[in-house]
Design a binder for this molecule. Structure first.
Ligand code: SIN
Length: 552
């Protein structure tokens, strides 16, 4: 098996120049663009669909920061490290929690309307793994949509930022392809009109990846259709290190729509449990009690595992969320979006239980970055879900994702302007191009869901590797379907390989055959690289970061 070293695409039919290209238009991308606009000459934002189509707008619960009375960054830090199960980078977590409150205040100043109580204080709620109310929210359960609205308005009011919509990022152009090269540009495929239609090249001095996650690797996910891992895959092809790919978070309470439902599924926010909803089995028993001191509000991996166990024990495809006691008025005020979604699927949560099951929600790993968003390729930065900054470890704490994009995009804008190299020409590209057949996507998602999902084992992972290798060998046609599928195959192979190597259970990585956490052998990270179309996985040890060592 060989994975395409670059995506086969026609010769660029158009070219343009920019100092910095930002790929992605969620909170991470738009904050980076807004912060960079006065600090570099030209900023070009490219986004795969329209400006508002990414993951940010789907975020329900909110954004976590120590903003409430009595709360402190140190307490937020503690909860983040515990949720991350010893695999966080403590320095990155410290940055996140200390810079978070100011970053959220700045977002509010920029025009995002968060919910306030009757006495004018910011309303804060609680989600899994938090010991304090520290989740700021907007429109009840429409936090992401409100942030996206405010940021899109700010971008539209900044005519010096050029935006190209319907632009798929194909591959990076480098000054050399021998492992020493820096970013010299990026190729795009634009479904547009006039001069910027089809494949083109942007000559640039830096690229900021803010292109989101890889949820479409699985059959059911809370991620939108655009989340096909394009940014992670192009970074891997360009020689960047990807880290912690095996840590894919499964959200415990995704509405179960039946065995044949595929693609993006409706999220039932943890905030619903934060307001008092509880999980029950088919006999009406509250099965989270006794599993964890926080019961229904335990960290996400603990709840997802408990639901999965109970599903297996009862032979059922889902469990139930009981939020009937919240009452109609509360539901309408606090969770209008979820209420409408449930009702549109024939469930009234005011009077009925909601069927829920875990589904892929978030990639805690991604392009490995330092504390300033720098990847291992000069001129390539990454922020938000595409990145692995080290703040999530093996299991992201609820509502830390919007915050990560916000904080680390601000940091990138601090250092990038001083690091901009002169524009260099792209070297002739020696990498072998290829495209995987678009029609293998369903088989790929079935393999990943069945064998690399919530519960993993050596047998399943080995089978997955064999099946994925066969899928990767099926050549396809140049075009969006083939490019996206090539990215999905590339990341599925990388993720599966990393998961095979981690022979322990930690955070969201649950191994049936290695049920315990094993700090003696696996405190650290698996770094993934690709050379000559082959995935390589290397272990980098690091002390466990959640205080487990000291507590023993
Ligand atoms: C949720 O609202 O439950 C999701 C929030 C998150 O993913 O952090």
């Amino acid at each position: 098996m060989s994975i395409p070293e670059r995506l086969a695409a026609g010769e660029p039919g158009w070219t343009t120049d920019a100092d910095v290209v930002v790929v992605g238009s969620g909170i991470a991308g738009l904050i980076a663009a807004l912060r960079l606009r006065d600090r570099v000459g030209t900023v070009l934002v490219v986004t795969k669909d329209v400006l508002s189509a990414g993951s940010t707008q789907w975020a329900q619960g909110g954004i976590a920061a120590a903003l409430g009375p009595g709360d402190t960054p140190a307490q937020h830090e503690h909860d983040t490290l515990i949720a991350g199960a010893g695999a966080c980078d403590p320095a990155a977590v410290r940055v996140l929690v200390t810079e978070g409150p100011e970053a959220v205040r700045e977002l509010i100043a920029l025009g995002a309307n968060f919910d306030h109580s009757a006495d004018g204080e910011l309303s804060l709620t609680r989600e899994g793994g938090h010991h304090r109310d520290r989740i700021a929210h907007a429109g009840g359960d429409a936090t992401g949509a409100e942030i996206q609205r405010a940021l899109v308005a700010a971008i539209k009011a900044a005519p010096d930022i050029e935006v190209v919509e319907h632009a798929l990022a194909v591959d990076l152009l480098l000054s050399a392809y021998d492992g020493t090269g820096a970013v010299a540009g990026i190729t795009l495929h634009v479904m547009g009109e006039g001069q910027r239609d089809g494949v083109g090249a942007v000559r640039c001095r830096a690229v900021v990846l803010a292109s989101g996650g890889l949820g479409q690797v699985f059959s059911q996910t809370t991620n939108p259709a655009v989340s096909t891992g394009d940014g992670m895959a192009l970074a891997l092809r360009a020689g960047a290190v990807l880290r912690d790919l095996e840590f894919v978070q499964f959200h415990p309470t995704v509405m179960y729509l039946g065995p044949d439902s595929r693609g993006q599924q409706p999220l039932i926010s943890e905030a619903v449990r934060g307001e008092g909803a509880v999980l029950v089995d088919f006999a009406g028993n509250r099965f989270m009690q006794g599993v964890h001191e926080l019961a229904d509000l335990a960290p996400r991996d603990v709840v997802a595992k408990a639901i999965t166990r109970r599903m297996h024990e009862e032979g059922q495809p889902h469990m139930w969320l009981d939020a009937r006691h919240l009452g109609a008025a509360f539901w309408e005020r606090r969770f209008p979006t979820i209420l409408a979604t449930c009702r549109s699927h024939g469930i009234d949560p005011v009077t009925e239980l909601i069927p829920v099951a875990p589904a892929c929600h978030y990639a805690s790993g991604g392009v490995a970055t330092d504390l300033w968003g720098r990847s291992s390729v000069p001129g390539l930065y990454a922020t938000g879900e595409v990145a692995c900054s080290g703040v999530h470890g093996a299991n992201r704490l609820a509502s830390n994702s919007l915050l990560e994009g916000l904080v680390f995009s601000r940091r990138i804008a601090e250092v990038l302007p001083d690091e901009l190299a002169h524009q260099t020409d792209a070297a002739p590209d020696p990498r072998t191009p290829g495209v995987v057949a678009a029609d293998v996507r369903g088989a790929l998602q079935a393999t990943m869901t069945e064998r690399v999902g919530v519960l993993r084992s050596a047998t399943g992972l080995d089978l997955a590797a064999t099946e994925l290798a066969a899928l990767a060998d099926k050549d396809g046609e140049i075009g969006t379907g083939g490019w996206e599928t090539t990215n999905l195959v590339t990341l599925s192979c990388a993720l599966t390989d990393a998961a095979r190597h981690r022979e322990e259970t930690r955070g969201s990585h649950w191994r049936e055959d290695f049920p315990e956490r094993d700090d003696a052998h696996f405190a650290g990270h698996f770094d993934v690289t690709m050379t000559g179309g082959r995935i390589e996985v290397a272990f980098r040890s690091a002390p466990a970061s959640d205080g487990a060592e000291e507590r023993r």
